[in-house]
Design a protein around this ligand. Structure first.
Ligand code: PEP
Ligand code: MG
Length: 916
């Protein structure tokens, strides 16, 4: 028996989104729970894949289609291709994962000369019938026959112009008839064939076109950007649905709604509608729709039905729904529903409120939020104290503030975005083909369309700021200007938009870091109850530590001490230490650094009290603290020139002109000062040359420095332990940890530990206290992984440095890989992900697993974490949970993401599997 490729809405399994696509599955489910859905059927994604693989429709598919059309004919008492009561259908795409606007849809299919005449007779409304006809010819021409939209638009605009009509609604039936005729001619000219009159031919071509759109550039780009793999969605289904019309008169309407407010999450009716219009008018933003509350006055009974529909949808799906409906001659039909895409704040609020309402449990509340989404909550908001006056206002379509240079085309946005510029994309309205501009832009501004327009929906999904329907702005793409009354904003001018209020400002307006909402705190506290992994922070300063603590970090997993060295008041001391010709001189410089480091650590420990703070001893090669060779040579040359200039004359800063290379401040310029400066620069240059390494990342760094210059590590250890002693004296509960980088052998650890033991004794004696702290190592070399059992003899904790470990395992550096060949590897599928972002579970992960197991054999309670970049990435966090790490450590803004991801990792642990 041949496979079943088609399911009617009464029969399809509403849970099987992989087979029926999200839209199809929901149409089945809505039909089966008794909602008023126009009759129809779903052609499966399997049929799509067969079609794509064989480049023809599966055998027997069209026979199955005919049988289902007959069923629909019976249900609706209409005939497909029949004159008297013609059945018209829409043909819509829909894959397992919603990809708004990415694939194609055809409406009013089934119209031809005969059914058109029938429709005119039946409705007595030729204007309506011709309007449906011209829309069908254009959509079918574009989607199924590949004709450029513009070919149709030219004629449409010409007729409008001839008739002196501005809005489409002003066109009468004769205009629309003429337009239809012209459109038929366009099709004939462009394809060399007349427009197909056979309705089954129309249907077959449309089904193929929708299948083809799965592999169209737009859809492929979208899947790549959002990491939609074939496991998540494979092929599109085709939904063939009886047309219902929202544009048959003033007792008709069409609208879209969310069961809760997708901007704020508030539990209220939300949406927009248009009387006497087709659905695409709302979504495309061609006419600006009315807020749904106005329907309560305009059609009170239907409003009541709509409230009922909304309640039923939410109670059934237990999730916020994004739905579309049409009212045809006083009857409400639900055309589509899907889980609503909302911004992070709304997701969090609805999660917490739906638990309070008893609609969902805490587990569902956590799992329904993609951890990555939380990053939005840490987006900057406009500084409320800013006094800047807005120059225009539109609808607040996607919250958050964004500043950037104005661009008027998606391509320009992409070009400038690639060059690292922040841009705001300004359009009259956006279309799916603008999607690459969205990716590149910081924010989107449109002059037309509502809160459910394409621009708004897509921007919200991406978490980008969007202001829509700013009608006071005239956008002129040709001259690349946005005109607001007298004001002309040109391409490249800086503007700021606030997607939370809809306000638009000239120039760059200051922004502030957002604070945590109470709902987010509640949600993350539920996450912490579930999660087994702790979340620590990679921070180096007390301010960042306080921020991390406010985001819920329960420790510092990595404090990179070199970042403290780089601060402007310390760098000269560090340089003196590096330039020191012998141990004594080095110790003298270190003695100056010591109190500064000790105070830093004390402040850091206090900021994170009572949680652990892991301080890593110096890691980078020394020459990283010195200027580059060329810079030094240039500076020496410049100094020598000044010397010549000033010999015999008084020089002030003003007379130096544009010698920008002069190191500042040099306000007492005389030969002696300059000679000293030259001598120092020359010393630095010779040191830079001496320290030169062929491959610095694999050179004299990490613990190797501690072996060559023990006094550096000793100074750092003493700073840490004295800072701890000072905290203890003040009764601050603290947990310091000393971590050694780049270790390859236990001998290195034994050596550093001997410094620690000695200094510990001295500090304990000096302060009259007992110190409690941990001593451990980074695991970031392959050898450390293989020697883990031995390292654990000395180390009380391991922290995976997966930046270096990935580099070492792959034998390529992040910078070279990302700039040169990694995109190719990712695009061609040689590597699924960038291993510097997503932990390579199959390779690096295996080393980690082995390390954890052998480390724990030696020391069962050894604490193990990760502090490489991947530690803040949800999929990597799942792996870390899987191999039973104790904590992950990541940058401050990723802490909320990591907390939620750690809860997901636990809740979904039974479903986790890696295919090795
Ligand atoms: C690492 O290698 O993963 C690490 C955290 O150290 P760094 O990035 O400082 O080399
Ligand atoms: Mg490292």
């Amino acid at each position: 028996m041949t496979e079943k490729y088609i399911y009617s809405f009464q029969k399809g399994d509403g849970k099987n989104k992989m087979l029926l696509g999200g839209k199809g599955a929901n149409l089945c489910e809505m039909t089966q729970i008794g909602l008023n859905v126009p009759p129809g059927f779903v052609i499966t994604t399997t049929a799509c894949l067969d079609y794509i693989n064989n480049q023809r429709l599966p055998d027997g598919l069209m026979d199955e289609v005919k049988a289902h059309i007959t069923e629909v004919e019976t249900q609706t008492e209409k005939q497909f291709g029949g004159r008297d009561n013609p059945l018209l259908v829409s043909v819509r795409s829909g894959s397992a994962i919603s990809m708004p606007g990415m694939m194609d849809t055809i409406l009013n299919l089934g119209l031809n000369k005969q059914t058109l005449a029938g429709l005119i007779d039946q409705t007595g409304d030729p204007r309506f019938a011709y309007d449906a006809y011209r829309r069908f010819i254009q959509l079918f021409g574009k989607v199924a026959l590949g004709i450029d939209d513009e070919k149709f638009d030219q004629h449409f605009d010409a007729i409008k112009k001839q008739a002196g009509i501005k809005a489409d609604v002003g066109l009468d039936s004769e205009h629309l008839r003429q337009i239809s005729e012209l459109f038929l001619q366009v099709v004939h000219e462009e394809t060399g064939k007349p427009f197909p009159e056979d309705v089954y031919e129309q249907l077959e071509l449309s089904i193929k076109a929708v299948f083809n759109s799965w592999m169209g550039k737009r859809a492929v780009d979208y899947r790549r950007e959002f990491h939609i793999t074939p496991k998540m969605a494979n092929g599109t289904a085709v939904n063939v649905v009886t047309m219902v019309f929202g544009n048959m008169g003033n007792d008709c309407a069409t609208g879209v709604g969310f069961t809760r407010n997708p901007g704020t999450g508030a539990n209220e009716m939300y949406g927009e509608y248009l009387v006497n219009a087709q659905g695409e008018d709302v979504v495309a933003g061609i006419r600006t729709p009315k807020p749904v509350h106005e329907l309560a006055n305009e059609m009170p009974d239907l409003y009541r039905q709509l409230v009922e529909l909304r309640n039923k949808l939410e109670t059934h799906y237990k999730e916020v729904q994004d739905y579309e409906y049409t009212i045809e001659r006083g009857i409400l039909y639900c055309l589509q529903t899907r889980n609503g895409k909302m911004n992070a704040a709304a997701m969090v609020r609805t999660s917490v409120e739906m638990v309070a309402e008893g609609l969902i449990d805490k587990k569902r509340a956590l799992l329904r939020i993609n951890p990555e989404l939380l990053e939005q909550l840490l987006h900057p908001q406009l500084d409320p104290n800013s006094t800047a006056e807005a120059v225009a206002q539109g609808l607040p379509a996607s919250p958050g503030a964004a500043c950037g240079k104005c661009v008027f085309e998606a391509d320009t946005a992409e070009q400038l975005g690639r060059a690292g510029e922040a841009v705001i994309l300004l359009r009259e309205e956006t279309k799916p083909e603008d999607i690459h501009g969205f990716f590149a832009a910081q924010g989107i501004l449109t002059s037309r369309g509502g809160k459910t327009s394409h621009a708004a929906v897509v921007a919200r999904g991406m978490g980008k700021a969007c202001v829509a329907g700013a009608e006071d702005i005239k956008i002129d793409v040709r001259s690349r200007q946005a005109i607001i009354g007298e004001l002309h904003i040109r391409e490249g001018d800086m503007i700021t938009i606030d997607g939370s209020t809809g306000l638009i400002f000239l120039g760059r307006i200051p922004t502030i870091e957002p604070s945590f909402s109470d709902e987010l705190k509640t949600l993350l506290s539920w996450a912490d109850e579930v999660a087994e992994l702790e979340v620590h922070a990679n921070v180096d300063t007390p301010e960042r530590a306080r921020l991390a603590a406010s985001y819920g970090a329960t420790g510092i997993g990595l404090c990179r001490t070199e970042r403290m060295f780089n601060a402007s008041d310390r760098l000269p001391l560090v340089i003196d230490m590096i330039l020191a010709g012998n141990k004594e001189a080095r110790q003298e410089a270190l003695a100056k650094l010591f109190p500064i480091q000790r105070d830093d650590f004390q402040e850091l420990f206090e900021a994170m009290s009572p949680y652990p703070v892991t301080v890593r001893l110096l890691d980078p090669p020394m020459h990283e603290f010195l200027p580059g060779e060329h810079q030094l040579e240039d500076e020496i040359r410049a100094l020598n020139q000044y010397k010549i200039m000033i010999q015999g004359q008084q020089v002030t800063l003003d007379t130096l002109g544009s010698h920008a290379l002069l190191p500042s401040p040099f306000n007492h310029l005389n030969e002696e000062v300059i000679n000293k400066a030259i001598a120092k620069k020359e010393l630095m240059l010779s040191k830079v040359k001496e320290l030169y390494e062929v491959n610095p990342m694999l050179g004299h760094r990490g613990v190797r420095l501690g072996m060559s210059y023990p006094e550096i590590y000793q100074m750092q250890i003493r700073s840490i332990l004295e800072a701890a002693a000072l905290c203890i004296k003040q009764r601050k509960p603290i947990l310091p940890e000393i971590m050694v980088p780049q270790v390859i052998t236990v001998q290195e650890l034994i050596k550093v530990k001997s410094y620690v033991d000695q200094i510990q004794k001295e500090v304990e004696k000096q302060y009259g206290i007992d110190l409690e702290f941990k001593f451990g190592t980074m695991v970031e070399t392959v050898r450390a992984c293989t020697r883990a059992a031995k390292l654990a003899d000395v180390a009380e904790f391991f922290s995976f440095g997966t930046n270096d470990l990935t580099q070492a395992t792959f034998s390529f550096s992040r910078e070279d890989a990302e700039n040169k060949f990694l995109p190719l590897y990712n695009e061609s599928g040689l590597l699924a992900d960038n291993p510097f972002e997503v932990l390579d579970a199959k390779g690096v992960g295996q080393l980690m697993k082995m390390t954890v197991e052998s480390g724990r054999q030696t020391r069962p309670d050894i604490k193990v974490g990760i502090c490489g970049e991947q530690g803040g990435h949800p999929e990597s966090i799942r792996f870390c949970h899987h191999i039973k790490l104790d904590y992950v450590s990541c940058s401050a803004p990723r802490i909320p993401i990591a907390r939620l991801a750690a809860a997901h990792a636990k809740l979904l642990e039974n479903e986790y599997n890696i295919e090795y």
